[in-house]
Design a protein around this ligand. Structure first.
Ligand SMILES: Nc1ncnc2c1ncn2[C@@H]1O[C@H](COP(=O)(O)OP(=O)(O)OP(=O)(O)O)[C@@H](O)[C@H]1O
Length: 597
């Protein structure tokens, strides 16, 4: 950069580009401007084409990164001061550049552009033996962030190696430590033959900078793996997992969490991070290959707690693994339908055992093998306008208001929403129409449908059979309406099909105290058989039932609505359904798998 003078004698800042590419660009620019002048083009057009030209961006990008703004500012200010009659723009520029915030900003820009924010590496030793293997010296500065790497010791040779580097962690971001790198020294002390605890201790006791000497692993040309997106079907806590090599490097997750698995190279421990999480750093999660741990995982619907004391040590063959996450140590380093449920609400509570899921649903849900489903692969799905609407499933403990919400939704917009029509063996009443209130069928037909697994669930009430068939959902969807059903949670698996693509909304009760306030005068219009007000005990039962239901099934919930104020809940339901139909959602990948012949 050189100072120069314009026609008015004012100092200017002129840049000297040694870069051939830039010189070339400038030559082309000058030529283009000359041609434009020759063609007598309109000035505004010329300016527009200049500002939108790609070469201008090519020119400015390096310019901004090479340019030392902080050192240029005093020169620019001196130039403005030297002007006899500075224009108002020049004066404004002067005031702006004088501002400490602006100077701090420019200085920060320079630091980032020059990458001069890292600690300076100590010089290499003068006498390097010729036969010494190529070493990499890595300097760490102590801080509270975890390093994001684990080490292992080969018990036969006594050598230490970097076992894994956690994606997005400090080690990974530094690009200086890789799995397989041999750890030779820590702060000048050789580590070979030491006990892993000793190495950890050295690190813990170090102050300030810590120097690692590593023999880099021969770079492996590993193909970058495509990320796998899954939904967690269990709860997991690394701190309660005795098998994890490094609990600090593990990632806790809960049923229903969406995870992005970025590394599956380790057969036992995958690396993943939670979607929608602020942290870019991955954590270790158990792979689905943990055969020996199937028993542990197969305890259905339990948070996996382990009473064995935690240990950082696992012995696998000749290797001893240790956590080198030294958490809190280092900073960085360089280098169902209305009518059916209406009539059965109280019945549902009092004599639940009379109501049966169909054999079909029993076969799929109750006999579900949880060990095979630690995770469920998911894909991002945006419903196409021509696709049938997704089935909307409402689930909640009896009495929470599932039926009320569904009834109101359909009443407000009967042209858009509809419930399926149930089958019944009771006789048709005056004013009822077959196929509108119910499909009225004989006992024989009903029994035939049961035997052929046509019902999602069925039950007996007052000596008559009632049942909801899977086909009844399809009938609604085929009519172009959105089918809204309420369902017993044990039937979830029966509707989770590629065809129905259900969107499951859980209706959660507010606190018992709040329920007492809001359910003072509930209208039992929905129940034609038993009318009674809620008792305090009911609210507690509802809360308890809700807790149990969520603990078992929350991995399937796409959305949760707290049914506090009825009007607000109706709005929430309406919004959730719109969201389900119009916005992208994570759905099981199996719903996209090709149909089996
Ligand atoms: N947010 C609310 N505020 C006040 N009352 C409500 C609210 N939600 C529901 N109710 C009332 O609570 C009672 C029970 O609701 P509803 O019949 O919908 O429960 P449910 O969850 O369908 O239970 P079941 O399956 O046993 O019928 C009804 O009288 C309903 O009007």
């Amino acid at each position: 950069m050189q100072p120069g003078h314009d026609d008015n004698g004012a100092s200017l800042v002129i840049f000297s580009f040694t870069d051939v590419g830039l010189a070339q660009i400038l030559t082309e620019v000058v030529e283009e401007v000359r041609l434009s002048i020759d063609r007598e083009v309109n000035g505004a057009d010329l300016l527009y084409s200049l500002l939108s030209a790609p070469w201008l961006y090519s020119l400015l990008r390096p310019l901004f990164s090479f340019f030392h703004w902080s050192s240029a500012v005093p020169q620019i200010m001196a130039s403005v001061r030297g002007l006899a009659a500075p224009s108002s723009e020049a004066q404004e520029l002067y005031i702006l550049l004088k501002c400490p915030h602006m100077q701090a900003l420019l200085s920060a820009h320079d630091s980032v552009a020059q990458r001069d924010y890292g600690p300076v590496l100590p010089p290499l030793p003068d006498k390097l033996p010729d036969n010494e293997e190529a070493m990499r010296i890595v300097c760490l500065v102590k801080n509270k962030q975890p390093l994001g790497a684990t080490i292992r010791k080969n018990e036969k040779t006594g050598n230490f190696f970097i076992a894994r580097v956690i994606h997005g962690g400090l080690a990974d971001r530094s690009g200086l430590l890789y799995p397989g790198d041999k750890l030779v020294e820590v702060n000048g002390q050789k580590v070979r033959g030491l006990q892993p605890e000793h190495v950890i201790q050295m690190l813990v006791q170090s102050q300030g900078n810590i120097l690692f000497k590593v023999i880099p692993n021969t770079p492996q040309t590993t193909k970058s793996q495509p990320a796998l997106y899954v939904r967690a079907m269990v709860d997991y806590s690394p701190l309660q997992d005795p098998a994890i090599p490094c609990p600090d490097a593990g990632m806790a997750f809960s049923k229903g969490d969406l995870l992005k698995i970025v590394d599956q190279r380790d057969i036992r421990w995958w690396q993943a991070r939670k979607l929608h999480s602020a942290s870019l750093c991955c954590g270790l999660i158990p792979s689905t290959n943990h055969k020996q741990r199937e028993l542990w995982w197969s305890q259905p619907y339990q948070a996996h707690t382990c009473i064995r004391p935690c240990t950082l040590i696992t012995h696998t063959d000749t290797y001893t693994h240790r956590c080198l996450n030294f958490c809190a140590l280092f900073k960085m380093f360089v280098g169902i339908i209305t009518g059916f449920r209406h009539s059965l609400r109280v019945w549902r509570r009092k004599s639940y055992s009379k109501r049966k899921p169909s054999c079909y649903s029993c076969g799929v849900s109750s006999c579900h093998n949880t060990s095979a489903t630690l995770y469920e692969e998911v894909v991002h799905y945006q419903r196409h306008i021509d696709d049938p609407p997704r089935l909307i499933v409402l689930i909640g403990p009896s009495g929470v208001g599932v039926n009320e919400l569904r009834r109101r939704l359909i009443k407000i917009n009967p042209n858009t929403y509809q419930g399926p029509i149930s089958h019944t063996t009771r006789s048709q009443k005056m004013g009822e129409k077959n196929g509108r209130e119910y499909h009225f069928v004989t006992k024989e037909v009903f029994a035939y449908m049961v035997v052929n697994h046509k019902f999602l669930e069925y039950g007996e009430h007052n000596g008559h059979m009632y049942g909801t068939s899977l086909d009844s959902f399809q009938d609604v969807l085929d009519s172009g309406k959105i089918c809204v059903i309420d369902l017993e949670p044990h039937c979830i698996h029966s509707v989770r099909t590629k065809k129905l693509k259900p969107y499951i909304i859980y209706v959660r009760p507010p606190s018992p105290a709040r329920m007492k306030q809001t359910r003072k005068d509930p209208h039992f219009l929905s129940n034609r058989y038993i009318k009674r007000y809620f008792y305090d005990k009911d609210f507690e039962e509802i809360e308890e039932a809700s807790r149990t239901m969520e603990a078992k099934y929350r991995q399937y919930f796409d959305c949760v609505i707290v049914n506090d104020d009825l009007q607000d809940s109706c709005m929430d339901l309406f919004t959730a359904i719109q969201h389900a139909q119009e916005e992208p959602q994570w759905i099981p990948a199996s719903w996209f798998a090709p149909d089996h012949p």
